[in-house]
Design a protein around this ligand. Structure first.
Ligand SMILES: [Zn+2]
Length: 80
């Protein structure tokens, strides 16, 4: 993603894609390595542009992170 011309990159593992994007009034990105940050280059409009159909609902954020493989289990995995 290059919301403002800069490639979003995880400072921990240098991944440049395959994010869990979370909107809670502000937009956070979580990497497969579990690093998570507030992403100031993604505003709510950008989030809404990226948002697709709801395919699941979980009881907690931890459940969602685990179910979607963002709990560190798939750290370093590259989806092609
Ligand atoms: Zn990472």
């Amino acid at each position: 993603m290059r919301p403002r011309g800069f490639l979003i990159t995880c400072v921990h593992c240098h991944a440049t894609r395959d994010w869990l994007i979370v909107e809670v009034g502000k937009v956070y990105i979580r990497c497969r390595c579990t690093h998570e940050w507030l992403e100031p280059d993604l505003d709510l409009d950008a989030f809404n542009d990226l948002f697709g159909a709801v395919h699941a609902v979980w009881a907690s954020f931890d459940d969602a992170v685990r179910a979607e493989g963002f709990d560190g289990f798939l750290a370093g995995t590259m989806w092609i």
